[in-house]
Ligand binder design. Structure first.
Ligand SMILES: NC(=O)c1ccc[n+]([C@@H]2O[C@H](COP(=O)([O-])OP(=O)(O)OC[C@H]3O[C@@H](n4cnc5c(N)ncnc54)[C@H](OP(=O)(O)O)[C@@H]3O)[C@@H](O)[C@H]2O)c1
Length: 277
């Protein structure tokens, strides 16, 4: 039977089918060249964990993942003409710590989304932007196999020899920031100039923080699994200096999945950052 969730906000509460929930947001229609629509998603626990540190590596706690959340993740991905990933993810991928989620429509559960992209005028696969300060990452085979457009984003202080080596291999390198890291404002402006209108951040705390700080995030999707995970060493959604006013977000929708993960339930929340008053 098709999974169903309860819409709690805006009210009145109503039971709806999960499939199509995020596609209904039509994110691919909301941006423009001057203001690309930039969105991010996270799954976290009630105690705010998005990953647990495991020695040198960190991992998503399996107990906060679910098929229902993954379906919504794929629907968000399907609406992107550009995915922003980063050096950390590509290193985790190469080490087998994370699954490859750089393509859409390649699994039995998301074949319909390949069709959806075609029907909605999007390219077969989104372009991939790799943000990295070190520029020390392996290029994933999947993006080469699928002939995805790949760009690298880095800061002005990035190692010059690595910038040159990437350019020599045919990868355009965008310089977006005066330090070593990529900054939200310069990155989004340049992605807009390149014609990208819907930009999905498949990144982590550092990128979310710079996007919020620079007022560049259009929307945050947050799944809160109803579990307390604990653990001594962990990551939360943001890092770096306090965000102050840039950290204010307003809830625009809230769905309650009563059954997953593992009978505990979860909320699917959607937030819009508030612009400075
Ligand atoms: N539960 C969730 O929804 C969720 C979502 C995202 C991440 N996570 C997990 O949370 C943990 C920490 O996340 P993370 O790995 O994304 O940590 P992070 O510290 O935000 O980023 C890790 C690496 O990505 C590159 N990077 C990120 N932002 C950058 C920027 N603005 N400019 C230049 N490079 C940048 C850097 O790579 P270089 O060293 O190459 O410069 C950095 O070392 C991981 O285990 C991750 O899997 C969970």
């Amino acid at each position: 039977m098709a999974a169903r969730v309860l819409r709690l906000y805006p009210g009145p509460p109503e039971e709806v089918v999960l499939t199509g929930l995020c596609l209904a947001d039509a994110l691919h229609t909301l941006g423009s060249a001057s203001a690309p629509f930039v969105y991010a998603s996270f799954v976290g626990s009630l105690d705010g964990r998005i990953a647990l540190q495991d020695g040198e590596a960190s991992r998503l706690p399996v107990e906060i993942t679910s098929e229902n959340d993954f379906r919504l993740f794929l629907e968000l991905q399907a609406q992107a003409d550009c995915l922003v990933t980063h050096g950390g993810y590509l290193r985790d991928l190469a080490a087998g710590r994370l699954d490859d989620v750089l393509q859409i429509g390649t699994r039995a559960v998301d074949r319909d989304l390949a069709r959806w992209r075609q029907e909605n005028g999007l390219s077969a696969q989104p372009a991939v932007v790799i943000a990295s300060a070190s520029l020390d990452f392996p290029m994933p085979q999947s993006v080469i196999r699928e002939k995805q457009r790949v760009l690298i984003a880095t800061g002005r202080q990035a190692p010059r020899d690595r910038v040159d080596a990437l350019r020599a291999r045919g990868f355009p390198v965008i310089v977006a920031g005066d330090g070593a890291s990529v900054e939200g404002g310069p990155l989004v402006r340049q992605l807009g100039n390149l014609g990208f209108r819907s930009v999905y951040l498949l990144t982590g705390p550092r990128m979310l923080s710079t996007m919020l700080r620079d007022g560049m995030l259009s929307r945050l999707y947050l799944t809160i699994a109803h579990r307390v995970v604990g653990g001594e060493s962990f990551h939360t959604m943001a890092t770096g200096p306090r965000l102050e006013g840039a950290g204010r977000l307003r809830l625009s929708s809230l769905y309650y999945d009563v059954t997953t993960p593992d009978g505990a339930g979860q909320w699917f929340a959607r937030f819009e950052p508030l612009r400075p008053a």
